[in-house]
Structures are given as C-alpha cells and as structure tokens.
Design a protein around this ligand. Structure first.
Ligand code: EPZ
Length: 432
C-alpha cells in the first residue's frame, strides 16, 4: 500500500500552525523529512503526538516564530512554515535555506508574494525576518508555478482580509490536498488544481482531521522498478490521473499499463522502446521521476533524450548510474541515454533522494551485487523501501543498520541479483 505523499504531509503539518485547535493528520509517511518537520513544529512551540500512522498537532498559545538554522539547513522545505507563521503571529524569523545538490533553490517568489500581501521582509545575517501587522488581500501573479511559493501564499492568504488571487499557481495534486486541508479548517478557497486560485481570507480557522493524499512519486518509483525488472507491479490507493502523462510514457515504451479506480498495474511485455522526456510543472512529466526514468531508459532498445526543465542541476546521479554500466551523457539541461545496456553491480553512493531511488532501480537489474551507500538520502522520502521491495519479490537488504532517522553513520542498501533478479511478483502481480 502506498504511503501518504511526502510533498503534501510536510505542508499539512505546517498548515496546522494556522489554528490554536488540534489537527489530526493521517497516513503520514514514516520518513526522516517528517521527523525534521515535527522537530521544527516543536521548536516553534507546538505539541506534536504520534498516534499510529497519524500525527496530532496542537499549536496552542505558546507559539514562537523562529525557525532555527539547523533544521532549515537539514530540510529546505522547512521554509513552508513562513506563510502560516506570518498569518498566525504576524511575524516570522526563518533561517535562509541553503541550496542543495539539485540546484540553488531560491525563494524569491515566496518573498515577493508575501510582500504583495503587505508583509515587510528583511534578509540579513542569514535570516529572513518577515513582519505584517495585517496581511491584505491582493492579486499575486507568480513568475513561475512554484509549488512552495503557491503553498506559502495560500496559507498566508487565509489571514489576509478580502479575496486574494494567486495567478500562475502550481497545479500539483499536493496543492489540491493542501487546499482540501485548509477548507477542512474553514478556509474559503476556489480553483485548487488550476492556475488561478481564489482565497477569501479573514475566516478564523479551526482544527481538522485529514488523510494525506497517496504519494504519486513513490508509486511511480515502484512502477518503474517493476518494469525495469520485467515483473508485474500493482500500486493501490492512488488516483491514476495523478500519473497520467507518466503512464502514457510507459505505454510509449511498450509497457502494458492497466488502471482501475485507484489501482495501477504495469507488466513488461517485451523489449522496451526508447522515448524522450521533458520535465515540467504538473501536469507535465514530474521532475521527481526523472532520475528513476534514466535508469529505466538505460534498458530501452535505442537512444532516449531526457530534458530537465525544473531544476538547474538534476543530473547529479548520472556518473553513479554510469558506474553501473549505463551510457548516459549530459549537455546542459539534456541527458542522452543510450540503450540497451547490460548493467553490472558495483558500489555506488546516493547523491540525493531520487538519485538514490534511481540507483536502487538500476541495482535491481544489474548482474551481481549493488551496494547503494548514503541511504539516509533515500530515508528522507521513501518509507521502508527495502521492506516494500522485498514484499514485491526483490532481493534487497539494508546493511549497516544506521538509525533510520538519517543521523548516525550512513548505511547502505544492497540488492542481489540471483535466479530471480530484482522486483518480481507472482503470476497474480504484487501490490504495494
Ligand atoms: C517541490 O519543491 C517538491 N518538494 C520537490 O520535490 C519537487 O521537485 C518540486 O516541488 C517541483 O515539483 C516539496 O514539496 C517538499 P518549486 P519546491 O518551488 O517547492 C525555482 C522531491 O524529490 N524557484 O516548484 O522547492 C527553483 O529553484 C523534491 O521530493 C525559484 O527560482 O519546487 C526550482 O528550479 C525535490 N524561486 C523551480 O523553481 C522561488 O522562489 C521549482 O521550484 C521558488 C522556486
């Protein structure tokens, strides 16, 4: 069964700061980024309790508005507390997020949008200080449909008297999930999932009980692994529309793709055809599936071109994939993926979350053992990857049982190629 989406759960946790009533968030993935966000909420003065796969957040009166550097440095997504803090407290002091190895990760759209809503913003000594005695509704056009900027502005706008309009808003399913959460709190929002979102601010927000939307990137990752290993994999709990273009690309490769109400089954019917991919904001091809697709395209019968349009530097994993026998060359925003390649196991190191998933994908197919190091990157966004893969028939073990919180010595995940290489389920298909 799929976990709740990392890229929604983190924002719903931040949105819980908008009310002094308790919020319950269900199907929260057990991943280290959630642990970091929980630590952030506690640092801000909120109470957070675990209850099975749910978290109960109570941001009562003792809230402060200072997001510490150590936590923002650990997880850039922490800046998503900016909007709710300004809305709730009228001020926030947030450490400037660093870049990460997929790009500088600027936050200018966030800052300019909050200024449009009447906030004053100062940046010095590595901190962003935001203040607003009263946020005011405005039309806020985004230069680019930034997911994080859309989310920060959505949450801030709930406290701005009047109707705020976000133009060129992000359309990801996680944005819709956040809007559903905010509506459950009493917010008045129209246009979620479209490029223009209307927020009628000024309503006092109350607690909510909400289940996180299923993780489409986790689903896409397991589907890619199933195709790569010639298995048959079914994901359950996700609306297939959340992966529409991605599933079309798999079909274009010759994969048998079947969808039902909330399940997706892929089965490889023969040789894989090469295809070209360009990552774009949703509903375009998800950049978070780009690295995993490069591993899959290494098995296709021909050359594929992958164009990364969202992040400046998201081909970091290419060298490690080539160590496993892939034949990928890059030029600017383009990667040329030669295929089919006979992959062979080796020791590699995950450069980031989705690069790590790409290396595990390649390792499931490679001849011999592949050791993927720095698995703490993978723990940031995949709940129990080794366990879920083993349940699908893969020979994957986690070695060097470092704590799953991402602290401590990096451990590595090994995948073994034996009689039944990689991810394979029985005739009836495996499910996750
Ligand atoms: C979210 O990042 C996701 N992270 C990313 O997933 C995802 O890849 C990305 O959206 C795009 O879908 C979370 O939700 C926690 P953006 P975010 O703002 O909000 C530039 C994963 O692997 N930009 O849409 O940071 C930015 O530099 C992660 O799960 C500005 O220039 O994405 C980037 O090039 C990786 N100025 C592009 O826009 C800004 O103010 C997209 O960024 C903001 C962004």
């Amino acid at each position: 069964m799929l976990s709740g989406a990392k890229n929604s759960a983190l924002k719903l946790l931040a949105a819980s700061l908008l009310t002094d009533e308790p919020c319950t968030i269900r199907r929260v993935p057990r991943i280290t980024d959630v642990a970091t966000m929980v630590a952030m909420l506690r640092a801000l003065g909120a109470d957070v309790e675990h209850a099975g796969d749910a978290l109960r957040v109570h941001a009562g009166a003792a809230l402060n508005g200072c997001a510490p550097y150590e936590l923002v440095r650990t997880m850039r997504a922490s800046i998503i507390v900016m909007g709710p803090l300004v809305a709730r407290l009228g001020e926030a002091t947030i450490a400037m997020p660093g870049g990460c190895n997929i790009g500088p990760r600027r936050i200018d759209f966030h800052i300019r949008g909050l200024e449009k809503l009447g906030a004053t913003v100062e940046i010095n000594h590595g901190f962003i200080k935001i203040h607003s005695s009263q946020l005011k509704a405005a039309v806020v056009p985004l230069d680019y449909p930034s997911v994080g900027a859309t989310e920060n502005l959505l949450m801030a706008a709930t406290a701005a008297d009047g109707e705020t309009v976000i133009e060129n808003a992000a359309r990801e399913p996680e944005i819709i999930d956040l809007c559903d959460f905010l509506r459950g709190m009493g917010a008045v929002i129209e246009g979620a999932g479209s490029s223009t979102i209307h927020i009628e601010g000024g309503h006092a927000l109350h607690g909510v009980d909400h289940e996180v939307v299923a993780d489409r990137i986790e689903a896409g990752t397991y589907l890619i692994m199933g195709v790569a290993t010639g298995g048959e994999v079914t994901t359950k709990g996700l609306d297939p529309m959340h992966l529409e273009l991605f599933l079309g690309k798999l079909r274009g490769m010759g994969v048998d793709v079947r969808v039902a109400d909330r399940s997706i089954t892929v089965r490889r019917d023969g040789p894989l055809a090469p295809i070209d991919i360009s990552t774009l904001p949703h509903p375009g091809f998800a950049t978070d599936l780009q690295a995993q697709m490069m591993a899959l395209l290494s098995l296709a019968e021909g050359t594929s071109i992958v164009t990364e349009n969202v992040f400046e530097n998201r081909f970091v994993v290419v060298d490690e994939l080539n160590r496993l026998g892939a034949g990928i060359s890059t030029s600017g925003h383009h990667a040329i993926v030669e295929g089919p390649r006979a992959l062979s196991g080796s020791v590699v190191e995950a450069p980031d979350l989705r690069g790590g998933a790409a290396l595990v994908t390649a390792g499931l197919v490679a001849e011999g053992v592949t050791d993927v190091g720095a698995v703490h990157h993978i723990d940031r966004g995949y709940e129990d990857l080794a366990g879920k893969l083993a349940a699908l028939g893969a020979d994957v073990t986690r070695v060097g049982e470092g704590p799953r919180t991402g602290e401590g010595p990096p451990s590595s995940l090994s995948s073994y190629d034996e009689a039944s290489p990689g991810v394979r389920a029985g005739a009836g298909g495996g499910g996750t």
